[in-house]
Design a protein around this ligand. Structure first.
Ligand SMILES: [Zn+2]
Length: 117
């Protein structure tokens, strides 16, 4: 079962949205979302170190939202299970599309900010 763990600042800017997989039979376990969130938060912490994990693709990130500056402590993690007929590769492709849209949005806002200064 493929999931997306959207990490959101209080204004719901998407900080990142890693995709992962769990065995289908765990989907309805009462602790599964809390466990995924714990895992994602631990992995995010590694991005602040000199040795970011492979799961985070070696990504290094700032502990604040690029758009509104909300710090990491204020972020929430929303777990969504994707339809069973969507496999991991399809989910990653969808996330990459979303990532590209977010990048365009961020570049536009950076440009607007630069013009105001
Ligand atoms: Zn934000």
């Amino acid at each position: 079962m493929v999931y997306v763990a959207q990490v959101l600042c209080p204004l719901r800017h998407c900080i990142l949205a890693p995709v992962g997989e769990i065995p289908e039979e765990l989907r309805d376990h009462p602790d599964v979302k809390a466990e995924i969130e714990k895992f994602v938060r631990a992995e995010m912490e590694t991005t602040l170190t000199d040795r970011p994990s492979k799961w985070m693709r070696g990504l290094r990130m700032n502990p604040w939202c690029h758009l509104c500056k909300a710090t990491m402590e204020t972020w929430t993690v929303e777990i969504t299970f994707l339809p069973a007929n969507l496999d991991f590769a399809q989910a990653v492709a969808l996330m990459k599309e979303g990532e590209l849209e977010q990048l365009v949005h961020r570049l536009y806002l950076d440009q607007q900010k630069a013009q105001m200064n």
